[in-house]
Design a protein around this ligand. Structure first.
Ligand SMILES: NC(=O)c1ccc[n+]([C@@H]2O[C@H](COP(=O)([O-])OP(=O)(O)OC[C@H]3O[C@@H](n4cnc5c(N)ncnc54)[C@H](OP(=O)(O)O)[C@@H]3O)[C@@H](O)[C@H]2O)c1
Length: 290
């Protein structure tokens, strides 16, 4: 299940919506804040700005020095909140250790929350209210829908309860919608027999950040495996899912280019939807597929 065709479908859906915004005299803006010069984070921000340029979005950027104070980070968030050219914004994660990312995120205007990670939007997700949805979980739902993997009524097991993937994905896939409506089990370090749960999954999502932890013996033959968790050692990407799982799984994301491209596509979907809301154009429901 490569992510690129799914991302392409999302961008195709966004194209006429961007054209409608342009016709209404609006050029959407995705603001980014980078603290420090971590090469991976700087690379992610560059890639997001390049994609914004390709789609015709403005991409105001604030680059703070690695030693920036929390007050400077908050001031940068507030300046993009107040900037009428910015429809959506994000603080690139992680920030240097002396800074409080969650506190900065809480200062982002929830209606301009490109990552869908603000506590208010997590609440909207829990209540199935419209709003920006966390990008990686939204991308995983779109990935499953694109490859026509049945989710409704099936058993999804998610390894990890992190706030980026596991927790919001469990909320999203248990919502009462045709591309969700699953029985969802979330396992973590508090579940010693997580492997027993994993073996009962119709759809197994790895979101732990523990390289190679999902092995073929954890996969029911024919089950669907989604690898979202990764760790980097220098430039080497180490996925949670052992490649040998491909021999057992019915459907599986590739080692590279699975969930990543769909995550980026959902970031831009959130940005375009934020611009549409501000322009008074059509709205969509939380987690709705393109
Ligand atoms: N592909 C993408 O586009 C993308 C985007 C964002 C993030 N990620 C990756 O996704 C992963 C998860 O990120 P996150 O922020 O949601 O989560 P996180 O905060 O990194 O938490 C990891 C979760 O995995 C669980 N876990 C760790 N080791 C485990 C083990 N041995 N057995 C069972 N559970 C275990 C932890 O359990 P406890 O809660 O008990 O500690 C925790 O719930 C990370 O690797 C991150 O790099 C990928």
């Amino acid at each position: 299940m490569p992510g690129a065709p799914v991302a392409d479908a999302v961008f195709s859906d966004l194209a006429p919506r961007l054209a409608a915004l342009r016709s209404a005299g609006r050029r959407p803006g995705l603001g980014t804040i980078l603290v420090g010069d971590d090469p991976a984070s700087a690379g992610y921000v560059r890639m997001k700005m390049a994609k914004a340029a390709e789609l015709g979005l403005a991409s105001p950027h604030v680059h703070l020095p690695a030693g920036a104070a929390q007050a400077e980070l908050v001031a940068a968030v507030e300046s993009l909140n107040a900037d009428p050219a910015v429809d959506a914004l994000l603080v690139q994660h992680p920030v240097p250790g002396h800074l409080d990312y969650e506190a900065a995120l809480a200062r982002v205007d929830p209606d301009k929350d490109a990552d869908g990670a603000h506590p208010l939007n997590m609440g909207r997700l829990a209540l199935a209210l419209p709003g920006p949805v966390p990008c990686t979980p939204a991308g995983i739902e779109a990935l499953l829908a694109h490859y026509q993997v049945p989710v409704a009524g099936r058993h999804v097991v998610i390894v990890g309860r992190g706030f980026t993937i596991g927790r919001p994905l469990s909320l999203l896939l248990s919502q009462k919608r045709p591309t969700a409506n699953a029985a969802v089990t979330v396992v973590h370090t508090g579940v010693a027999d997580w492997a027993d749960h994993a073996r009962r999954a119709d759809i197994l999502v790895a979101a732990a950040g523990v390289p190679g932890m999902v092995r073929p013996e954890h996969v029911r033959p024919g089950a669907v495996v989604v690898g979202a968790g990764v760790r980097y050692e220098g430039r080497r990407l180490l996925p949670d899912v052992d490649e040998a799982c491909a021999a057992v799984a019915g459907w599986i994301t590739p080692r590279v280019g699975g969930v990543g491209p769909t995550t980026i596509a959902m970031l831009f979907r959130n940005a375009v939807e934020a611009a549409e809301r501000r322009a008074g154009l059509a709205d969509r429901k939380a987690g709705e597929d393109p």
